[in-house]
Design a protein around this ligand. Structure first.
Ligand code: PEP
Ligand code: MG
Length: 747
């Protein structure tokens, strides 16, 4: 970089800083800035266009163009050269602007006299705020150094601004963070919530973008980079061996932390007058802008890593930690890039909802959110850049939509919907103690799914007859070491206490696939859902399963015990698992422990193969529970975690219902009790069709019990069955429409 430009840029920044330090109204200060820039760059014109809403730029200050045009001239993002800069988030440097493609003449600005054009985006961390433009009469192509200098100035503007303040209240400027935004994501947990944003990791605020002493700033930068390298090296040496994904991320961190290019760019920024943190942020902005346009997923991930690393640097430089002392707002909705299960559990039920920029439907966070019954949206891209602490946010977990700073009409419609739900819940409470008995006198047993001690209080209020599925993974997933038998026994015992004598079906550890324990060597499997998971792990490495069985036996201590084994695919697996439990009972007896009063041993039917198992399996199992989430994914060969395919096949597809009917028939031959505990059991129409197919026990989220019971109590199952049979005869693919039509006819 030429020395002349360096000092020009520094001098310019210093003058800007002085101008900004002076008192004055927002508009006055903006005007002063444009004249300083024009003078320093030797151009006749300098203009600032700011984004008024997501699609419109407004001329907010100018030196050189007609002052009449200020707050009058507007253009769409993408329109004219200015609009194109905003759209592409890249500079346009044109020696002869009128001959450039896309040039748009705006008479009111008097700009025809200007030939050359240089426009740079005003952006903050990939967030588009506006465009800074200089123009001159002579045909002049701006040098690289000049482009760079204007970018540095734009960066400072973005930082100093909180641009809204410049233009003053009531003027025609709405900062980006006042606009309402709608984001789509994946459904991690259904439900709806209205609340206020609470950022898990609030943004670092850079308050001093310009620095007087570059040498001191370079030293600060180098110190921070040294600390960063040391901490990355530490993370690398502490990383669990075999976790390839984490290893890749850390290697990428290391690569960036040692990248000469990255350092050189930041050093140049500092020599040009930026503070160390502003230099980090400038590079971070550039990386974010690139992130939006890079089609390659791997590269995008790496840019993400650079973004994370930049955040770490900013925290080191500013001393701002994650914990800013910000208090949880009323009705907090947690917004985060991603969050671990332990951290989410710490927030617990104080949250109304969770929105993650990353994450997946089957992530540990999703499992926790499900257990806590908090609506969760995953993969909501840009949410962490768009949201500010305290923003009003509506989470529609049923549709996978987030409304940030919604318009009043949207909020009103949303509130109406929530009020209808609340009224319905109210109605459900009136039938809480009534049976789920259909008009033809069939009684369906409704149970609840749980996974945390905290779930149990909802047992009495939900009207559930018991816990049809207690998922035991959470206690294993949220710790860094294997939980102790004593603590598990104590927990299971408290769960049974809280259930007050009602049946609790404890499912043994269902890990593998998406659920990887922090202290278990992750397996690099081509198809984890079809891989080494659940009972397969339990039988191959029985130590942990046996410990868990002992804990369950001790917890029962004289009370009835119900255990079920997940993911049984053939008779032999069930026999072996069952034998483990019988052996543990013998051992516990020999050790002098009080045995359970009775023991029920069941299997989860989650693979189609088990439906065709020999009769002996159905005789041996004390009960069978259909894990519909898994069963459906294997029946249709459609990954339950893959957004592209997971909703492609309807649960009410006649093939699937016919399959359920066959399972019911096989269980009937041997009088084996059968239940269904996948998510579909909690959807009223699905529950109704399952009942029509002969299922007599369903287990679901506590909040679903009311709606399911309410529907069941209003129908005659014989009629539903005939609607389904008729649809099947007619070759329907799914019975959803015919059943819905019939329900509508019933009013
Ligand atoms: C299922 O597969 O339906 C089930 C209940 O188990 P999970 O969702 O925990 O895999
Ligand atoms: Mg399952």
């Amino acid at each position: 970089m030429a020395d002349g430009t360096e000092s020009q840029s520094r001098k310019l920044l210093r003058r800007l800083q002085a101008a900004l330090a002076e008192a004055g109204a927002g508009q006055e200060r903006l005007d002063r800035i444009t004249s300083i820039i024009a003078e320093s760059m030797g151009t006749e014109v300098c203009s600032i266009y700011l984004l008024r809403d997501s699609g419109t730029l407004e001329l907010c200050a100018t030196e050189g163009l007609s002052s009449e045009a200020v707050h009058v001239t507007r253009l769409r993002v993408g329109e004219g050269l200015v609009g194109r800069v905003a759209k592409r988030l890249r500079p346009i440097n044109a020696a002869d602007a009128p001959s450039e493609p896309g040039f748009r003449y705006m008479a009111e600005t008097g700009e025809e006299r200007y030939t050359s054009f240089l426009g740079v985006p005003i952006q903050r961390l990939g967030e588009n705020l506006g465009v800074l433009v200089v123009q001159s009469q002579e045909e002049r192509r701006y040098s690289e150094d000049e482009v760079y200098a204007l970018e540095v100035v734009a960066m400072v503007l973005a930082e100093m601004t909180e641009l809204g303040a410049f233009v003053g209240e009531g003027e025609a400027m709405a900062a980006r963070h006042q606009r309402s935004v709608v984001l789509n994501g994946g459904i991690g947990q259904e439900g709806a919530a209205e609340g206020h944003v609470f950022l898990h990791e609030p943004r670092v605020v850079v308050t001093n973008p310009i620095a007087e002493d570059p040498e001191a700033e370079l030293e600060r930068l180098n110190d921070a980079v040294d600390q960063l390298r040391t901490s990355v090296d530490e993370m690398l040496s502490n990383a669990p061996k075999g976790d390839k994904e984490q290893y890749d991320v850390l290697q990428a961190y290391k690569m960036f932390a040692n990248s000469r290019g990255w350092m050189r760019r930041m050093e140049a920024d500092i020599r040009n007058g930026l503070s160390a943190e502003a230099a980090v942020e400038k590079e971070q902005s550039a990386a974010r802008a690139r992130m939006e346009t890079v089609p390659d997923a791997y590269l995008r991930e790496r840019l993400h890593d650079l973004d994370d690393l930049s955040n770490k640097m900013l925290r080191l430089l500013t001393g701002q930690g994650r914990d800013t002392g910000a208090e949880l707002p009323d009705n907090p909705v947690l917004v985060a890039r991603n969050i671990g299960p332990g951290e989410l559990l710490e927030y617990g039920r104080s949250l109304r909802g969770v929105v993650l920029e990353e994450g997946s439907v089957a992530s540990h966070a999703a499992i926790v959110a499900r257990a806590l019954a908090i609506p969760l949206i995953v993969n909501a891209s840009r949410i962490t850049t768009e949201a500010l602490n305290g923003d009003l946010i509506l989470v529609d977990g049923d549709q996978g939509v987030v409304h940030l700073r919604p318009e009043e009409t949207v909020t009103k419609a949303f509130r109406d919907k929530m009020a209808m739900r609340a009224a319905a819940q109210e109605r459900y409470s009136s039938i809480r103690d009534k049976p789920a008995e259909t008009l033809d006198g069939t009684v369906i047993g409704l149970h609840m799914n749980a996974g945390l001690m905290a779930d149990l209080p909802s047992l009495p209020s939900s009207g559930a007859e018991g816990v049809g599925l207690f998922r035991t993974e959470l206690q294993f997933l949220t710790r860094s070491t294997v939980p102790r038998r004593g603590s598990l026994a104590a927990l299971y015992s408290r769960v049974m206490d809280a259930a007050g004598g009602k049946r609790v079906a404890f499912r043994t550890l269902d890990i593998g696939s998406d659920k990887v324990l922090p202290y278990m060597k992750p397996q690099d499997e081509p198809n984890p859902a079809l891989g080494w998971r659940a009972i397969r792990v339990g039988l191959d490495r029985p130590g942990m399963m046996r410990m868990q069985l002992q804990a369950m036996i001790r917890a029962a201590a004289g009370r009835p015990l119900t255990v079920m084994f997940p993911f049984i695919a053939q008779l032999e697996e069930f026999t072996k698992a069952r034998n483990h439990l019988l052996r543990e009972l013998d051992r516990e007896k020999a050790l002098g422990h009080v045995l359970p009063e009775s023991v029920e041993i069941g299997a989860m039917l989650e693979t189609p193969s088990l439906a065709f198992a020999p009769r002996q399996f159905f005789e041996l199992a004390d009960f069978i529970s259909i894990g519909g989430n898994d069963l459906k994914q294997f029946f249709f060969a459609a990954d339950r975690e893959n957004e592209r395919v997971r909703r492609r096949y309807d649960t009410l597809n006649v093939s699937f219902l016919t399959f359920i009917e066959q399972i019911v028939a096989r269980c009937a031959e041997t009088d084996t009790p059968l239940s269904f505990c996948g998510e579909d059991a909690g959807r009223p129409i699905e529950a109704l069709c399952f009942a029509a197919m002969g299922l007599r026990t369903l287990s679901m989220r506590p909040a679903s019990i009311g709606p399911v019971k309410s529907l069941l109590r209003r129908v005659d199952l014989r009629e539903v069955r005939s609607v389904i049979h008729e649809a099947r005869e007619n070759g329907a693919q799914s019975v959803r429409e015919p059943v819905m039509d019939w329900l509508r006819q019933q009013g």
